[in-house]
Design a binder for this molecule. Structure first.
Ligand SMILES: [Zn+2]
Length: 172
């Protein structure tokens, strides 16, 4: 009688599923429930996105694909499909590039980009929920937003201070 406990599982329809679903399983389940085919390029791109823990550009994703079974245009098309589905999120950085990252649990987070070395760090804080709610109350639908933070990271500050201790001290 334990069979009924499986019914609410996102992969309940998958037979012989006797292990904890991986991120890739969950992503494929999202594709399936949207009526999309699970193709080899789609799996390869999802694997690459899951493996990374930082947003990546289309070129980086293409470069990191283990199989060379798909070209840049295919990567671009797949990401557009994933984005529409909410499976990936697109972030824009100060130089105008859009970077993609996997979005499996719909977690709201932002990024801080170091202006000096370009390092991207994740900030797990929600700051825009109130704004989105207010816009919905005003009758807006399909509200999205882009928020990125820029600064100089501690490592770069330390390096700058070591290179030029006098001016850094004065600047304080
Ligand atoms: Zn830095």
């Amino acid at each position: 009688m334990i069979a009924s406990t499986q019914s609410n599982h996102p992969l309940g329809g998958v037979k012989n599923f006797d292990r904890i679903p991986t991120s890739l399983d969950l992503a494929c389940a999202r594709l399936k429930s949207a009526g999309l085919r699970i193709t080899q390029p789609r799996i390869a791109i999802l694997e690459t996105l899951i493996k990374r823990d930082h947003p990546a550009s289309i070129e980086q994703i293409h470069h990191e694909l283990t199989s060379d079974a798909c070209d840049l245009v295919t990567v671009y098309r797949c990401l557009a499909v994933f984005e529409e589905l909410g499976l990936v999120r697109r972030c824009f950085f100060h130089n105008g590039t859009s970077l993609y990252e996997i979005n499996l649990n719909d977690s709201r987070h932002y990024h801080i980009v170091c202006r000096s070395c370009g390092k991207v760090e994740r900030i797990d804080v929600s700051i825009t929920d109130g704004v989105e709610r207010m816009l919905r109350e005003r009758g807006y639908d399909q509200v999205t937003h882009m928020v990125e933070f820029f600064g100089v990271c501690p490592a770069c500050r330390k390096k700058a201070a070591e290179a030029d201790p006098v001016s850094t001290t004065i600047a304080r």
